[in-house]
Design a protein around this ligand. Structure first.
Ligand code: MG
Ligand code: ZN
Length: 219
């Protein structure tokens, strides 16, 4: 029974750092998206397509990339002409989520004075990233159609905290016994106020609506 106060202490310390991050993001005029979702949901592919389609001169962008190990995703994104810094949580006890302190230290390796948009790609996980405020402006949960229809019902906490849900891999829908409508209804039953986008990073379908949301909010 001693575990609960310890967890509360950790979260309280995190909240203080998150508040500092939020102040810094506001000072820089940054729109900061905490991108969350399971491993393989297509978070990095979504960012690759986002940077392919976004006018990066008008909306300079940066990424803090969270993974337990490897710099694979950071390498992919650096090729798109954005600033990227990798956090490997195997240096932090293999944490399965990012926390505000990790984000704060990653920011030291980015020059964000010109940037308007910062993505924080969280560690692939539908559970504990929801509990850690990073100081972000908005939370987006990435959910691929291959994950089935009921993830929002099984993992309500993360969906309840979402400002947007991006349903990815929509080009695979014809091959699956999955209804886009049912996925949307399940998201809506947990978080009726969040924006829902259905996209394919392969074909570009639905990407414009996602880009509009990002650009409308930045700055
Ligand atoms: Mg990734
Ligand atoms: Zn975790």
């Amino acid at each position: 029974m001693r575990e609960v106060p310890v967890v509360q202490k950790v979260l309280k310390a995190n909240d203080l750092l998150a508040e500092k991050n939020r102040e810094e993001f506001a000072r820089l005029g940054l729109f900061v998206v905490n991108l969350m979702g399971t491993p393989g949901a297509g978070k990095t592919a979504l960012l690759e397509k986002t940077f392919d389609m976004l006018d990066l001169n008008a909306v300079p962008s940066a990424v803090i990339e969270g993974d337990i190990a490897t710099t694979n995703d950071a390498t992919r994104l650096a090729q798109k002409g954005v600033q990227v810094v990798q956090i490997n949580t195997n240096k932090f006890g293999n944490a399965c989520h990012l926390d505000a302190g990790m984000v704060q230290s990653a920011m030291e390796d980015l020059d964000l004075n010109q940037a308007k948009l910062l993505f924080i790609e969280n560690v692939g996980n539908l559970v504990c990233p929801a509990g850690f405020d990073l100081g972000e402006t908005a939370r987006a949960v990435v959910l691929s159609v291959t994950e089935g229809e009921d993830k929002p019902l099984k993992y309500p906490v993360i969906f309840r905290s979402a400002d947007a849900v991006v349903i990815t891999k929509s080009d695979l829908l014809p091959h699956l016994n999955v209804s886009e409508q049912t996925i949307k209804e399940n998201i809506g039953s947990i978080q009726p106020k969040c924006k829902i986008f259905t996209v394919s990073a392969q074909t570009g379908s639905g990407m414009q609506q996602w880009l509009h949301w990002l650009v409308r909010h930045e700055g």
